[in-house]
Design a protein around this ligand. Sequence first.
Ligand SMILES: NC(=O)c1ccc[n+]([C@@H]2O[C@H](COP(=O)([O-])OP(=O)(O)OC[C@H]3O[C@@H](n4cnc5c(N)ncnc54)[C@H](O)[C@@H]3O)[C@@H](O)[C@H]2O)c1
Length: 396
Amino acid sequence: MERKTIGVGVISLGWMGRLHTRSYRALKERFQDLGAEVRLVAAADEQEAVCEEAVSALGFERSYRDYKELLADPDVDIVSICSPNYLHHEMALAAAAAGKPFWIEKPMGVSAAQSKEIAEAAGAAGLVTAVGFNYRHTPAIQRARQLIRDGRLGRITNVRCWLIADYASSPTGPLTWRHSIDKCGHGVLGDLLSHGADLVQYLVGRIEAVTATTAQFITERPIPTKIGVGHSGWEVSDEMGPVENEDLVAVLAKLEGGVFATLESSRIAVGPRAEYIIEVYGTEGSLRWNFEHLNDLEVCIGRDQEFQGYTRVMAGPEFPGFTTFQPGAGTSMGFDDMKAIEASLFIRSVLSGEQLAPSVSDCWAAAEIDEAAVRSADDVQWHLLPEVTVRITFRV
Ligand SMILES: NC(=O)c1ccc[n+]([C@@H]2O[C@H](COP(=O)([O-])OP(=O)(O)OC[C@H]3O[C@@H](n4cnc5c(N)ncnc54)[C@H](O)[C@@H]3O)[C@@H](O)[C@H]2O)c1
């Protein structure tokens, strides 16, 4: 088979940028049928030390302090955009203007308006995209989707989804970009609930209307003296600054077909660490998936079993995508593996011109849900969601 070489640029090498980089590196071994080699051409980060590390340790040929130079590099064919949210909009619009397909992290900008503009820019440029809705890709979620689509749960009645984390539970934890309206937009809504909104829509159907409430409990935090990666490695001063966005959210949602869902999220829980659970109920059965045990799926189908209730099924070779990573049933996959699948879907989309990865439209749809939840928390009303689709004539 003739193999193409695709030059990759990764913008911002924090938690996600490093993970995108590892995912591209995993492709050669894990997805030998891709029909393409991925070449790590360039990284861009505003921190000089990170730019040096990109070349000395992470496998990039070169690095830039300014992402615009990366986009102008003729060897860069496609890009990952892994910056804090407030930079997504200008970076994605610049990538679209340069005609470079992009894989962007959620929540894709700081507002639904920015998400819409990013999605429309990709559509107008005829670009395939990918977004970081990684939880979709686990073999257990893929199997759950098959069961739902095959009607094994009967008619779906309701969904419960919660994403409860502890990453901001300590009041002495740093005031990061995630606590700023200008730099992050919404708080836990964009950060975590957007994943839940996407999972609900991916597994069950379109959310048509929401009503919601939000709350903030930690109102100020220490200002950092040293930037970390993701939620770790930050150092702080004694000086405090204001937290500007919500710590908690609860949403009641109406889906197409009379289904309803509850979605809940917190970043300040003491107990659950990353308890991201989705439960789907139908007239003939139900299922439950928990990210903290991502290889398991709990399933109950029918009323006539000897031992009624959930059976915990462990992922194995019969689950979609499992053998790409492990040849033996019950052997765990991890977070990095989900992202490697996302990278493979992005590359397959780029090669075929068919949108196979979660798309900018999916991310824009989640952003509209986040924003409607905030409006509802303000005015105590139900809010209808707009239909979100971007018509794209893909260029291969
Ligand atoms: N899909 C997921 O599960 C998931 C998980 C975590 C984060 N995210 C998303 O990924 C994105 C990044 O989050 P993170 O935790 O990796 O951030 P991070 O704080 O770890 O890293 C941010 C990086 O951006 C760099 N940066 C800042 N300004 C820059 C500029 N002008 N040009 C280039 N680089 C710049 C910083 O130097 C840093 O290296 C966010 O949108 C976040 O919501 C997604």
